[in-house]
Design a protein around this ligand. Structure first.
Ligand code: VGL
Ligand code: ZN
Length: 190
């Protein structure tokens, strides 16, 4: 029997319309993710949110020559999950905390335990006997892509939920190309 988990990537205020690094239509996936999360919860399947958790002068910010405006700064409203997303019990995986290194993939982050412990995402999933990850969230061409490719590299069956993701498309077609790349590496696109 498949042991699935749902990974909800970066559905944070700063990546939604009105935020510092808004993904176009980023909030339109929220009802879909809400329904997915309720379904997973009903079946006692793990749910993990990843969240960008940058220190104030992160290397990815324009002030340091990076590609992005400041976003998802620790302790700011932009870091928080979008308020329309009312998730059942879930684990939180924080990433991008090193001021000098960017981290797009959830597999570069740490899952916070209730006791304050922190554990790499892959070991958290292995501990729960997860073998298949379903990936939703933002942004298709950055953090979703990186998380999916790392999940495949770590040996997880990986399903990309195409109606539950949105991309930035800094260059037109980036999201389409990311989907093709993920599929080419072995992800199922559903
Ligand atoms: C992301 C740009 C910068 C993402 C994170 O979540 O896709 N994109 N930091
Ligand atoms: Zn970031």
């Amino acid at each position: 029997m498949e042991q699935p988990a749902l990974i909800i990537v970066d559905v944070q205020n700063d990546f939604c319309p009105g935020g510092a690094l808004a993904v176009p239509e980023g909030d339109q996936i929220i009802p879909i993710i809400q329904a997915l999360a309720e379904d997973f919860h009903r079946q006692d399947r793990p749910i993990i949110t990843t969240q960008d958790n940058h220190p104030p002068h992160h290397v990815s910010f324009a002030e340091r020559g990076g590609p992005w405006p400041p976003h998802c700064v620790q302790g700011t409203p932009g870091f928080a999950l979008h308020p329309a997303l009312k998730l059942p019990a879930h684990a939180v995986c924080l990433k991008g905390e090193d001021p000098d290194q960017d981290a797009y993939s959830g597999f570069e982050g740490l899952v916070e335990g209730v006791d304050g412990s922190r554990e790499p995402l892959a070991s958290f999933l292995h501990r729960l006997s997860v073998d298949t990850v379903y990936v939703a969230g933002l942004a298709t061409d950055y953090c979703v892509r990186a998380t999916v490719l790392d999940a495949l590299n770590a040996g997880f069956h990986t399903v990309v939920l195409k109606d539950a993701i949105r991309g930035v498309d800094v260059h037109p077609g980036d999201s389409e190309r990311a989907l093709e790349e993920m599929a080419g590496r072995g992800a199922a696109i559903r």
